[in-house]
Write a protein that binds this ligand. Structure first.
Ligand code: NAD
Length: 307
């Protein structure tokens, strides 16, 4: 069985995959696009992370493909509809990296509140500009979570320990009886001091935080997005930061990755990371091992782990 590995995996995970078939690891190839096109033709299993796009054009080349295994959660880089028509089983590892993404989210919130990256850079440039780095406290402030799934709930638990009041907007959660308050999106945006976005990317959440919605944000607030690019209007966010209508931002995900014009981030209170939410040793190992288990289940006829 030919297993095509398009993105980098943990060594232990590779060893496990080698017990299932012959592995072709093109993750470090300089010519990845060509290698995918060439190798997908006779591969039976294709393993990807977020760095590979399996669109219709590429999947049309695949003659033997049975399983697409996404080592991580988001599957917006796979043409699911077309995969279905080709009877390809698609599986992902939805909970493996969630702690890591929530820990990154917490740090982006703290970075924005205390301008830590700017203060660090200033000191490293030999300056001692204490007056420039007046921050804001999180204690007693309201955190608004947009999308209250696995990541949203874990973030709430963590930020409550900072003494934050938590509200959330999630139209798919009914009758919530936890300490967090459910609210509508406009109220969340106009009353929260910190907003964190944790929706999955769907047609409905695309540009969910449009210009009009971002305009509702409180003066001096902070917004962080570690979910998926394209759910908020990034260009308008830059305008709100430039005009200092909002205080700070943190982005790990972008509409286009890598994002163009990153120089515009330089003079703003924004901490920008290159989609590293899931990039911890622990998350990669867990996602990889979950992926191997899913592949084994599908090969044994158990399709409960497919999407
Ligand atoms: P999840 O499916 O557990 O939660 C998503 C929540 O969004 C659900 O509760 C759902 O009801 C809600 N939702 C759906 N449509 C909505 C809408 N229109 N308005 C408000 N809420 C809506 O997902 P999760 O595991 O918590 O992951 C959240 C996001 O984080 C995903 O987009 C995922 O791709 C992303 N993620 C990013 C990284 C990274 O590296 N930055 C890593 C892991 C996950």
């Amino acid at each position: 069985m030919k297993i095509l590995i398009c993105d980098q995996l943990n060594e232990k995970v590779l060893d496990e995959l080698k017990t299932l078939g012959e592995c072709f690891d093109i993750s470090l190839s300089d010519n990845k696009d060509d290698e995918i096109n060439e190798n997908i033709v006779d591969s039976e299993i294709v393993v990807i992370r977020s760095g590979t796009v399996l669109n219709r054009e590429i999947l049309e080349l695949a003659k033997n493909i049975k399983i697409i295994a996404r080592c991580g959660v988001g599957v917006d880089n796979i043409d699911l509809e077309f995969a279905k028509t080709k009877k390809i089983a698609v599986t992902n590892a939805p909970s493996a990296n969630i702690i890591s993404v929530v820990e990154l989210t917490s740090s982006l919130i703290l970075n924005a509140a205390r301008k830590i990256p700017q203060a660090d850079l200033s000191l490293k440039n030999g300056k001692w500009e204490r007056a420039s780095f007046m921050g804001i406290e999180l204690f007693g402030k309201q955190l608004g979570i947009v999308g209250f799934g696995k990541a949203g709930k874990l973030l709430a638990e963590r930020m409550m320990s900072f003494g934050m009041e938590i509200v959330f907007y999630d139209p798919y959660i009914k009758d919530w009886d936890g300490p967090e308050q459910s609210t509508d999106l406009d109220t969340l945006l106009s009353t929260s001091d910190v907003i964190s976005v944790h929706v999955i990317k769907t047609d409905e959440t695309k540009n969910l935080l449009s210009k009009d919605k971002l305009d509702l944000m409180k003066n001096g607030s902070i917004i962080v997005n570690t979910s998926r690019g394209g759910v908020l209007d990034e260009d308008y966010l830059m305008e709100l930061l430039s005009s200092e209508h909002i205080y700070g931002a943190g982005l790990d995900v972008y509409e286009n990755e890598p994002p163009p014009n990153t120089e515009q981030f330089r003079n703003l209170n924004i901490t920008s990371t290159p989609h590293i939410g899931a990039s911890t040793k622990e998350a990669q190992l867990k996602a990889g091992l979950d992926t191997v288990e899913n592949i084994k289940k599908i090969l044994s006829g158990d399709y409960s782990v497919t999407l």
